[in-house]
Design a protein around this ligand. Structure first.
Ligand code: C2E
Ligand code: MG
Ligand code: MG
Length: 539
């Protein structure tokens, strides 16, 4: 068993294995989603079909019932009440006039006559199945195989009018294997008048007064139709197809599409992994080949718009001239451990390029980003102390930025950050608000300054009320006696609003993008000259 894990792990490290896994997982997911969608669609169309045929049946059955009622009413209205030629004329007329009437009969004690002349079937000896206030109904079940047996018979006084099962099946196009039942006694009893017999009740939980007229079980659709008569309802039962009707809908195309999408996902994963792997390898040599460079994004005092320092931001310029974003290679370097070399490189470059400027401007500082592994060991303190003594720069002129996410082991980080502060470095929390720093947690951290993430600056409206989170962060920072830097300021309105809220410093494309060392030095020296000239003018 123990041998299986290393094998599994080495398999998972192979790009193609991961890509296949991703393709398989997405194929399964997409297939399941497609299947669910198709089944939902099939059920929906089954419902629609059943609703439509149910309504069609009802209209036709009402026509049949209507003719039977008219027939029996006409017989009741005529005066003759004994069998004889007049009665036979009346009964035959009803048969002729109404297409759906199979038989019209007069039954009064011993007297029985019918338009069927001796082949009468209407003289059922049993009491009616439904005894309404005006009409009585006899229903013949489908167990009586003769198609001419009256399937439905209506009675009023001594008269009976019936339709045959043949007539009934002419008007009702029952689906194959389906049944039409007349349901009596509030759903307790059902008589099948067309189609095969059915167990009753048709499904567990079936109710004659359920809101939903259609009940779907695994093998049947049960559709309940209320009639104009309160004494009975009609129920149509149709079997569901046993085969999965997956290919009866154009949605089956979702399966090949899912397969293609899954393959694309697998291919993308493969590309990403190989790109990441090869980027990891390339990054290894990038430092050696001098492809990394450091840019400086100026930071300004919002009250007088003077540059107070800069953030050192690393760039990777490939030999073909393309720039790779630090957002891509920094996480990779953090993962591989190369980030230590990058941090050292940024520190070394910043001091090598700007030590002169820093010595000439003792209030200017450079802010360097630290990664999680830089704050878990005291190493960085030693590196910076050595470089500061070589370039003769004060520790106050190097600040360190740590993100909330990089403070994994808070106790160790607290100790190392405190050591940096003790020698005079400033410590900032970068991208503040995007991590998990609570107020209590923040209070316990040895930091001097919060850097509000660009996302909150983007959300700034024209007034404080509509500005979301940033004003709360500012107030919280002030309450904890921390300075505030806003990053990603792109508009003057944002700068003015932040300044009015008491934000001390700002950084963003409104003021300057990241500059190379020469451009940054020019910005500082020009600013100094301008300030010098202003001082001269005033004098
Ligand atoms: P960060 O430390 O929060 O750096 C700020 C990022 O916002 C920089 O992106 C900067 O160019 C960008 N930015 C500043 N002002 C504006 C603005 O007004 N508009 C817009 N759209 N963007 C603005 P960059 O240089 O691409 O750096 C991205 C992230 O990479 C940094 O976020 C930091 O987390 C990391 N990073 C960069 N250099 C280093 C480094 O030397 N060491 C470490 N550990 N991480 C670094
Ligand atoms: Mg930063
Ligand atoms: Mg940031």
């Amino acid at each position: 068993m123990a041998a299986v894990f290393p094998q599994l792990r080495s398999l998972l490290y192979r790009p193609w294995a991961l890509a296949m896994l991703a393709a398989l997982a997405s194929a399964l997911l997409l297939f399941a989603a497609s299947f669910a969608l198709i089944m939902h669609q099939v059920q929906l169309s089954e419902r629609q079909q059943m609703n439509a045929s149910g309504e069609r049946f009802l209209v036709r059955l009402e026509q049949v019932f209507g003719q039977l009622r008219e027939g029996v009413d006409a017989l009741q209205a005529q005066p003759v009440r004994h069998c004889g030629p007049q009665m036979m004329d009346a009964l035959e007329k009803i048969g002729f006039d109404n297409r759906f009437v199979f038989e019209a009969a007069f039954i009064d004690g011993a007297q029985r006559c019918s338009n069927r002349r001796g082949k009468d079937v209407a003289s059922l000896g049993r009491p009616p199945d439904i005894q309404g206030s005006t009409y009585s109904y006899w229903l013949n079940t489908t167990t009586q195989r003769n198609d001419n047996w009256a399937a439905l018979m209506l009675g009023r006084g001594p008269f009976r009018v019936s339709t045959s099962r043949g007539h009934l099946s002419d008007v009702v196009d029952l689906p194959a294997g389906g049944s039409l039942l007349v349901v009596l006694d509030q759903g307790r009893r059902a008589i099948p008048v067309l189609g095969s017999e059915q167990p009753w009740p048709p499904a567990s939980g079936w109710r004659a007064d359920a809101v939903d007229a259609l009940q779907v079980t695994s093998d049947r659709l049960i559709y309940r139709m209320s009639t104009k008569s309160p004494d009975f309802q009609l129920v149509l039962i149709a079997p569901r197809s046993k085969e999965l009707p997956l290919f009866n809908t154009p949605l089956w195309l979702l399966f090949p599409v899912s397969l293609v999408v899954a393959l694309c996902i697998g291919w993308l994963v493969l590309q990403l992994i190989t790109q990441r792997r090869s980027m990891g390898g390339e990054l290894h040599g990038a430092l050696r080949r001098g492809e990394l460079q450091v840019l400086y994004q100026p930071i300004f005092d919002l009250s007088n718009r003077r540059c107070v320092g800069a953030e050192a931001l690393v760039r990777w310029r490939r030999p073909d001239g393309t720039l790779t974003s630090p957002e891509l290679f920094i996480p990779l370097a953090e993962h591989s451990g190369q980030i230590r070399q990058i941090t050292d490189f940024v520190l070394q470059q910043s001091l090598e390029q700007l030590s002169h400027l820093l010595r000439a401007n003792p209030h200017l500082y450079i802010s360097v980003n630290l990664a999680a592994c830089d704050v878990t060991v005291p190493r960085i303190g030693e590196v910076v102390a050595r470089l500061l003594s070589i370039y003769r720069v004060a520790p106050e002129q190097i600040a360190f930025e740590v993100t909330e996410r990089s403070l994994i082991d808070v106790d160790v980080a607290r100790e190392n950050l405190q050591a940096l502060r003790d020698v005079g470095h400033t410590v900032l929390i970068d991208d503040f608000g995007t991590g998990y720093c609570s107020l209590a947690y923040l209070q316990s951290l040895p930091v001097d300054c919060l850097k509000i993430d660009k996302a909150f600056i983007d959300a700034l409206g024209d007034d404080v009320e509509s500005s979301g989170v940033a004003p709360h962060i500012i107030r919280m920072a002030h309450a904890l006696d921390l300075r505030v830097i806003a990053e990603g300021i792109e508009h003057e309105a944002q700068a003015l609003l932040l300044e009015s809220e008491g934000v001390d410093y700002g950084q963003g494309w409104l003021f300057a993008q990241a500059l190379n060392a020469r451009q940054f030095k020019e910005l500082i020296t020009k600013g100094r000259r301008r300030a010098g000239r202003r001082a001269g003018d005033e004098a």
